[in-house]
Design a protein around this ligand. Structure first.
Ligand SMILES: Nc1nc2c(ncn2[C@@H]2O[C@H](COP(=O)(O)OP(=O)(O)OP(=O)(O)O)[C@@H](O)[C@H]2O)c(=O)[nH]1
Length: 437
């Protein structure tokens, strides 16, 4: 990210790194200082550090450490390895870019152009990493094509790294990549269900990076020559380097946080869901029912619907086990639209399911169960050229203040299901509460 400019403003500066030039400058007799230099010094005093070389060294160390950490995450955690590899590459390229810039005085063959190119590649990698974090396809072709095109134009047609045109092109391209990554991050977070403002706040650091990048050509335009080399200890350069340091930390931490959230959600899904049907599992339902039961003490009743597919063994034996699995998935897909957002559908095991209906009495539960029964029986299940009518038997029960625990409600729903099976299947049965309960 360092500014690509003609770094040498005299023969001394050409053959030594900026740090040495600064040391020699200290030994020289004090020159008369302009009012602009006093102003720069005044601004510098208000900033936490006034040494660009130390800040650049800190940035190189930060990017180096971040690159190693991302590589370790990619290799060890195996979570979004493509995104982690891109981020490792981006950090390595940014660290290399600053290192190259600082090494210029010592290694004459290196040129600032390479430093700019590395920065450009780094932002292209960040742009690619964001969709990969969300398991979306990365726009390799467009980003790769645009990066190569900008690199070629910058090398051939701008007149060299010192020109304003070169700065506008390189920093404009990097800023565009950062902004596009921000838009992508915002979309991704919205798609994951985050509120608009939260998603905006989380994508904001990338927007700030874009603005920070744009500030360099703008500053070069407004005050030509003052801060064009990043080593110059001007207030602008120091503020710019501090902002880069903070944002580098923020963005690396932010993407690591996103990956962590993804892992946590995945673990939660694995512990809560039945892997075959994606309905809740028995444990998750039990927790939900217990929570609902404790709410019932405050006057909110609930109902349970137990359902069991009819003659499922026969389906398995006739069409095969794979068809049985597909039938279980079909049942969940067909029944879900009958339920509200607050309702919970769970697979208890085998071909037995349970629905928790909060704030619902026996009459409401009977309506829902009857709708589910009719919907399921009305759909033919097709498997390898054969069709099968899927039916299920339903047992319903409502909670009562006299129930010591949710297990009592479940026991009544189970009795009702038993009756439904005994009545010839494909029916809904309820166990009414005893009078006085
Ligand atoms: N394909 C498949 N079959 C399963 C699964 N879990 C249990 N089963 C089978 O489901 C069948 C259940 O049979 P039964 O308990 O006799 O029930 P049923 O045939 O539906 O009889 P009724 O409930 O009385 O109508 C058994 O053959 C189990 O092997 C599963 O995950 N996938």
């Amino acid at each position: 990210m360092p500014t690509a400019t003609a770094r040498c403003r005299g023969p001394m500066r050409r053959c030594m790194p900026p740090r040495h030039a600064a040391a020699i400058a200290c030994c020289a007799p004090p020159a008369k200082r302009s009012s602009r230099e006093h102003a720069v010094d005044g601004a510098r005093l208000m900033l936490p550090a006034a040494d660009p070389v130390s800040l650049i060294a800190a940035l190189v160390a930060l990017f180096g450490i971040a690159a190693v950490v991302w590589l370790m995450i990619a290799a060890g955690l195996r979570e979004s390895p493509g995104a982690c590899a891109c981020l490792a590459g981006a950090n390595a390229a940014l660290g290399g870019s600053f290192l190259l810039h600082e090494a210029l005085g010592l290694m004459p063959p290196l040129h600032d152009w390479w430093s700019d190119l590395l920065s450009l590649v780094a932002f292209a990698l960040i742009r690619l990493a964001v969709p990969m974090v969300g398991e979306r396809p990365a726009p390799w072709r467009s980003v790769g094509g645009a990066t190569i095109a900008v690199g070629i134009v910058a090398a051939r047609f701008t007149g060299g790294p010192a020109t304003l045109g070169h700065k506008v092109l390189i920093f404009g391209a990097m800023a565009s990549l950062a902004m596009l990554a921000a838009v992508d991050a915002w979309r991704l977070l919205r798609a994951r269900g985050l509120a608009g403002r939260v998603a905006l706040a989380m994508a904001a650091p990338l927007v700030v990076v874009g603005l920070l990048l744009l500030s360099r050509p703008v500053e070069a335009l407004l005050a030509p020559g003052r801060s064009e080399d990043i080593d110059v200890p001007s207030a602008f350069n120091i503020a710019w380097l501090w902002a880069s340091l903070v944002l580098a930390l923020l963005i690396n931490g932010w993407i690591a946080f996103l990956l962590l959230m993804k892992l946590v959600l995945e673990i939660r899904r694995l512990t809560e869901r039945d892997p075959l049907t994606d309905a809740l599992n028995r444990r998750a339902l039990s927790e939900a029912v217990d929570a609902e039961h404790s709410r019932q003490m405050r006057g909110h009743g609930y109902a349970l619907v137990l359902l069991d597919m009819d003659r499922f063994k026969q389906l398995n034996d006739t069409l095969g086990h794979a068809a049985g699995d597909a039938a279980l998935k079909t049942l969940v897909r067909v029944l879900r639209p009958c339920l509200r957002e607050v309702d919970r559908l769970a697979r208890l095991g085998g071909e037995e399911f349970c629905v928790l209906l909060p704030h619902t009495g026996i009459a409401g539960a009977a309506l829902v169960a009857e709708r589910m029964r009719a919907l399921l029986a009305g759909q033919d299940f097709a498997w390898e050229g054969q069709t099968w009518t899927l039916t299920a038997s339903f047992g319903i029960a409502e909670s009562s203040a006299a129930d010591a625990s949710a297990a009592e409600v479940m026991r009544r729903a189970d009795q009702a299901l038993y009756r439904a099976k005994a009545q010839g299947r494909n029916v809904v049965q309820a166990v009414e509460l005893e009078p006085g309960r």
